[in-house]
Write a protein that binds this ligand. Structure first.
Ligand SMILES: [Zn+2]
Length: 684
């Protein structure tokens, strides 16, 4: 009976409840939730504000600027709360990163300060920004901020009017007038976050605060040198800008007088034919040359990004550059009246390099200008006092001097360009020797266009073997068409076309970002000059003299020689120095190091079955180590008595084991950590 009742009752209850009660609850509860936050402060203002808000208050109340949507989200998530500081809701003002004061009305404060800056009452170098999220106002006047000029916009109208522009063109007013009169202002990165900048005057609305002087100003200096950038993919602009930075150009016009540690100079720099308004400004310091380019394959030598170059163009001076390096030394004075001597070291001095090494040195101890020097040639002969005299030195009665001459770095050569003798602030004599080395373009050098399309020269073809056009034009450079589709650098194709038009018409072409000669105009001009509008041309094979089956896209492009030349990188070693710690070869070209054979290269040799090559590669630090057969530690070998014994066991048997010195070092390091590495030895 009990079971039956128990079964019946729940069934009835389940049927009733879901239909009536949950529906009511669902409709009521949300109403309460929405009403509660609104009603409670009005109904019970006395109790609640005193008890709870003292410790916690909802986020939305703090900032004054946020008014609309976020309130609903926070009402649903009451657990998100921030413990409020005891200080009032005033806004902190930071001046150059330090708290300066508190203010009540940040928006007004910022606006007022900006107004004063525009009126010229405060320095125009001051920038101010209000962060509602942090409830902070930041005022910055420090150095090192990157700032850029923008036209101030008031009620949707730029302050730089046509009237002012006319005055500016006539030369009645200048740039500083615009800044002093609140027409243009410089913003730093922080204040820029607080603005709404229009790119073009026609985009202006009432909400805008500033207008770009030119849309190209959204790009940096290097990126602004790229022609037709808006036709390229964004990452290519980045790469292109980076390569412009690596380009060898004319660094400074006074370079013959300068003594920088090292720099490159392009011998025959050219202003770009296809230019941007920024390259007009940087005209005096160009970074490349205009060359004739054909996009085609050539004997398989321009696979991937490899470049085929006209050898005769190089002989005519294409991308020839000069590398300069300055070596210097100071004739120091030491305590005890000793000092360095600048002279030809004589035999008997510690570290004497031999008579031949000092042949080119003059009587004053310094090399003469226009002398050809190679690696390790002595430039400045110098003799210094010995720092420490060993017992052997005393016994040998060696002169208290050592050789400290300045020599040409390993792997470098050139001609002595200049010698400078000066003084340091401590009135020590300072000698600088500048070396110059002409760098003729060669296989392995790196070239790049301004569109992030870099390549390494793989073949130099004589002029007569290069393809040619009907007119007899021979390209300077050939690059593979496969470089285009994946990178999508359409700007480069346009540059080639515009370059061709510029070369034919004798004009430089404006290719500034967003504002340049349009493609259809170029096509029109090309047509009027009797050329194909698509830039394609019939080319003939230089070797066979036969016409190619397809038309080839040719044009003129501005190319740059990048600062990665093979002559700086080429390196090989048979014998050479080893490091003291591991007895393994040193690393790096400058230290005459070996070429590291890594784990993967090792696996290649294993895969080839080249065991002997592997053995030879890995025994660079081979050593024979005496091992005690009893305790398994490295024993001692007394060379004088020609006897080996264990320092621990004294009279145990010692065997010699062949191992790498690095392993012996590992054993020593383990011992230094209190670990006992015991070696078990066995006859094989
Ligand atoms: Zn032992």
């Amino acid at each position: 009976m009990k079971k039956k009742r128990a079964l019946k009752k729940p069934v009835k209850k389940v049927k009733k409840r879901p239909t009536k009660r949950p529906v009511k609850k669902l409709t009521k509860r949300p109403k309460r939730l929405t009403r509660k936050p609104v009603k409670r402060p009005t109904k019970k203002p006395a109790r609640k504000p005193i008890r709870k808000p003292k410790l916690e208050r909802k986020v939305r109340r703090k900032p004054e600027a946020i008014k609309t949507k976020p309130i609903k989200h926070e009402a649903r998530r009451p657990e998100v709360r921030i413990v409020e500081r005891r200080v009032s809701r005033k806004t902190d003002v930071y001046f150059n990163g330090r708290v300066a004061c508190e203010i009540k009305n940040p928006a007004d404060f910022v606006e007022n300060l900006r107004k004063k800056r525009r009126m010229g009452l405060i320095s125009h170098q001051m920038n101010i920004v209000y962060y509602p999220d942090f409830n902070e106002v930041r005022v910055n006047t420090t150095h090192g901020r990157t700032r850029r000029p923008l036209i101030i916009v008031d009620n949707g109208k730029p302050k730089l009017t046509d009237k002012i522009l006319k005055k500016l063109n006539k030369g009645e007013i200048n740039w500083s007038y615009l800044i002093q009169h609140g027409i243009v202002e410089y913003l730093d990165a922080e204040e820029e976050e607080d603005t709404y900048i229009a790119l073009k005057p026609e985009d202006l609305t009432r909400e805008h605060t500033h207008l770009e002087i030119d849309p190209i100003t959204i790009l940096g200096t290097s990126a602004a040198l790229i022609p037709y950038p808006e036709y390229n993919r964004g990452d290519r602009i980045n790469y292109g800008a980076k390569m412009v930075g690596q380009a060898i150009g004319l660094m400074a016009s006074n370079f013959p007088m300068r003594a920088d540690t090292k720099f490159n100079t392009l011998s025959y720099p050219q202003a770009p034919l296809v230019r941007t308004n920024i390259s007009d400004i940087l005209d005096e310091y160009p970074e490349g040359q205009n060359i004739v380019v054909a996009i085609m394959c050539h004997d398989g030598y321009n696979l991937n990004d490899a470049i085929v170059i006209n050898k005769s163009s190089i002989e005519r001076g294409l991308f020839r550059s000069v590398y300069f390096r300055t070596y210097e030394t100071i004739k120091k004075k030491y305590w005890g009246g000793q000092e360095d001597e600048i002279r030809i070291p004589e035999p008997g001095i510690k570290g004497y390099l031999g008579e031949e090494a000092y042949v080119d040195i003059g009587d004053d101890g310094i090399i003469n200008t226009e002398t050809r020097v190679v690696s390790d040639s002595v430039l400045i002969g110098k003799v210094s006092p010995l720092r420490f005299l060993s017992a052997e030195d005393f016994a040998a009665d060696i002169e208290n001097r050592r050789e400290t001459s300045v020599t040409v770095r390993y792997g470098e050569e050139g001609i002595v360009d200049d010698v400078l003798i000066s003084e340091t602030v401590d009135s020590d004599q300072l000698i600088k020797v500048k070396i110059r080395d002409q760098r003729i373009l060669e296989v392995g050098d790196k070239l790049a266009s301004r569109h992030g399309q870099k390549g390494v020269i793989s073949l130099l073809v004589p002029h007569e073997d290069m393809p040619f056009t009907v007119e007899g034009v021979v390209p300077d450079l050939i690059f593979n068409p496969h470089a285009i589709p994946s990178r999508m650098t359409i700007g480069q194709l346009l540059e080639l076309l515009a370059g061709k038009m510029g070369a034919m018409s004798g004009k430089s072409i404006d290719a500034s970002a967003f504002n340049h000669i349009r493609e259809d105009e170029i096509r029109k001009v090309m047509k009027s000059m009797g050329l194909r509008e698509d830039g394609k041309q019939v080319l003939y094979d230089g070797k066979k003299g036969m016409q190619y089956d397809v038309m080839i896209f040719t044009g003129l492009a501005y190319y740059m020689k990048l600062d990665h030349m093979v002559s700086d990188k080429i390196h090989a070693r048979s014998r050479g120095p080893v490091t003291l710690l591991t007895k393994q070869p040193t690393e790096g070209r400058a230290k005459r190091g070996g070429l590291r054979l890594g784990e993967m290269e090792q696996q290649c040799l294993v895969g080839h079955g080249a065991v002997l090559a592997l053995k030879e590669r890995f025994d660079s630090d081979k050593t024979m180590v005496p091992i005690c057969t009893k305790c398994g530690l490295v024993a001692i070998h007394d060379i004088a008595k020609n006897r080996s014994y264990c320092g621990v066991c004294k009279d145990s048997e010692v065997v010699w084991v062949e191992t790498s010195y690095a392993f012996k070092l590992t054993l020593d390091e383990l011992k230094s950590m209190g670990i006992y590495p015991k070696l078990g030895t066995e006859e094989i």
